[in-house]
Write a protein that binds this ligand. Structure first.
Ligand code: GLC
Length: 561
């Protein structure tokens, strides 16, 4: 049974994603930093998480907020110094917390020294680390559209018919993974960080590393621009990625017993087994099944409305597949997503009751759950009042697409208020003082409108808060009596006929535990064995001789065997 054969240190752990720019600002420049993170380690320890994933902290021009790396072995000065980083690792270690970094190696920044050299000599050694390609018939080599809009090809200055490839922004040139020397440089860098004491990596956009170097392009999709989204090509070639990724694993992660979690979109059933389990490329992969419905669309304006049954069914399908393969990493939000409460819950449930219900549905899925900063407070989307308040480059591209599609300013703003990546990037809310205790200075991105009540300090003081409920959930998941079942127990979907109920079991030799979440507006009664034990409930729940009454918009976790 895949991963069940070999036990790994990260099994049974809970991870937490930190977006360093928005977590805590220690030096009053409006931007979060490493010393800010150090100052909050006790908070994180108390929350009950074990592994901290830091979004990129490396030197970068921040065109894509650090996912454009200029220097892989230096810390961005805005985040602090290498000494600060070493101290972070040490302070985390003292508390039993592990740090994992973001490995962004599909592309780098156009400010990276290797790329600068390549631009100067597009037929030289450094250029072979990238894709410098001649045009076809006076046009770009193919018709792929970059993730952030426009062609994936950018003309090389000073040449008539030469282009370089970038699947993301033009300031993010793609590395050529066919080049052995380039791969060696990546492995060396990865090992350097592992030797410094990081415990692993989250691996960015990694399925994009495979390219068909004949650059055949694809039939245009539904955008009316003659282009096709690059992710279609990535999906088509994904079966090949394992050749490189197993090499990466063997040369780096394995020797360090590192935990890795891949941002691996669109893995179909035939290649999923290559990514999970004992011989998988990664320790885990995020479960993005629920995002895939959006990937098909030409833009935010066409995104369908989704509900809790959609979230449930997406998760359940991956959970069932992963049972025999290994551990996925369940998420409900990250720095590329709006807040889950705003996305999946009806307006009447976008409050702490809904937050707790959703948290319960998520926390006991099989795998390594990743909590995203602010999720534990029950953060909803931030209200942006004008396009000028956004920061993410895709917000501006999506706004342009909305307008092109015929939407007015207000309608376009409404679309961004539902789907922008900036919702996940607004500063963490620490208290009700100015700037929510995040910074002494004006923060780089807007503060959430509800910060006066929705913040760590207020929620710690309130026994009934979302935050305190999350603390109970993490403790329950790791309770020595149940941890074996919650870690290795098989996932079994419950009845899915009611769109407002999320119900599943975790089953091990020793016990069965049922997670039942009632997202409807009416009370539900369920019949259970007489000796059933209620382990936690998000609202008051009554268990009387086997009959359990579950309040509207609430969750229970019950041991039923
Ligand atoms: C990943 C990151 C995203 C970034 C992109 C390019 O999807 O999560 O934030 O823009 O890769 O690196």
């Amino acid at each position: 049974m895949g991963c069940n054969m070999r036990k790994c240190w990260w099994h049974g752990k809970i991870a937490y994603q930190i977006y360093p720019k928005s977590f805590a600002d220690s030096n009053g420049d409006g931007i979060g930093d490493l010393r800010g993170i150090i100052s909050k380690l006790d908070y994180l320890k108390d929350l009950g998480v074990d592994i901290l994933w830091l979004s990129p902290i490396f030197a970068s021009p921040f065109i894509d907020n650090g996912y454009d790396i200029a220097d892989y072995r230096n810390i961005a000065p805005v985040f602090g110094s290498m000494d600060d980083f070493d101290e972070l690792v040490e302070q985390a270690r003292k508390r039993g917390l592990k740090i994992i970094l973001d490995l962004v190696v599909n592309h780098c920044s156009s400010e990276n020294a290797m790329f600068k050299k390549a631009l100067k000599d597009p037929f030289g050694k450094e250029a072979s680390y990238f894709y410098f390609v001649k045009g076809k018939d006076g046009r770009a080599p193919d018709n792929l559209r970059s993730y952030f809009g426009g062609s994936v090809w950018e003309k090389v200055e000073g040449y008539d018919d030469l282009y370089y490839l970038h699947y993301f922004a033009r300031e993010q040139p793609d590395f050529n993974w066919n080049n052995k020397e380039l791969r060696e440089k990546v492995y060396e860098m990865v090992n350097w960080w592992l030797d410094k004491g990081v415990s692993g990596f989250r691996i960015d956009a990694i399925m994009n590393i495979v390219k068909d170097t004949s650059f055949p392009g694809l039939p245009p999709d539904n955008n009316n621009d003659g282009m096709c989204a690059a992710n279609k090509m990535t999906a088509k070639l994904s079966f090949k990625a394992k050749e490189y990724l197993k090499e990466l694993r063997d040369r780096t992660f394995l020797g360090h017993d590192a935990f890795t979690v891949g941002e691996a979109f669109g893995l179909n059933d035939s290649i999923l087994p290559d990514y999970l389990g004992d011989d998988g490329c990664f320790g885990s992969i995020f479960d993005f099944t629920a995002r895939e419905v959006f990937e098909k669309e030409p833009g935010y304006y066409a995104y369908p409305e989704v509900d809790i049954a959609f979230y449930r069914d997406s998760n359940f399908s991956m959970q069932e597949k992963a049972n025999t393969l290994g551990f996925v990493a369940p998420i409900i939000e990250n720095h590329d997503e709006p807040r889950a409460i705003s996305l999946y819950l009806k307006p009447s449930q976008q409050n702490k009751h809904g937050a707790k219900a959703l948290a319960t549905a998520f926390m006991f899925l099989r795998g390594i759950p990743f909590i995203y900063e602010g999720q534990e407070l029950g953060m909803t989307n931030t209200r942006f009042d004008s396009i000028d308040e956004f920061n993410d480059l895709s917000a501006f591209e999506e706004y342009r697409k909305c307008k092109e599609h015929g939407l007015g300013d207000e309608e376009a703003l409404k679309v961004l208020n539902l789907h922008s990546r900036d919702h996940g990037r607004t500063p963490m809310l620490w208290d009700n003082s100015v700037n929510a205790g995040f910074s002494q200075a004006k923060p780089w991105l807007k503060i959430h409108q509800d910060y006066e009540t929705l913040n760590v300090k207020a929620e710690l003081a309130d026994p009934d808060s979302t935050l305190n409920y999350y603390r109970k959930l993490t403790r329950l998941r790791k309770d020595p009596r149940y941890v074996e079942c919650f870690t290795y127990g098989v996932f079994r979907a419950g009845d899915t006929s009611d769109r407002e109920i999320v119900c599943y079991n975790r089953h091990s030799d020793a016990m069965d535990i049922m997670i039942f979440v009632n997202f409807s507006d009416s009370e539900r009664k369920i019949q259970l064995p007489e000796d059933a034990q209620l382990l936690i409930s998000s609202e008051k729940a009554e268990l009387i001789t086997g009959t359990l009454t579950v309040q509207p918009c609430s969750a229970v976790v019950v041991r039923i065997r």
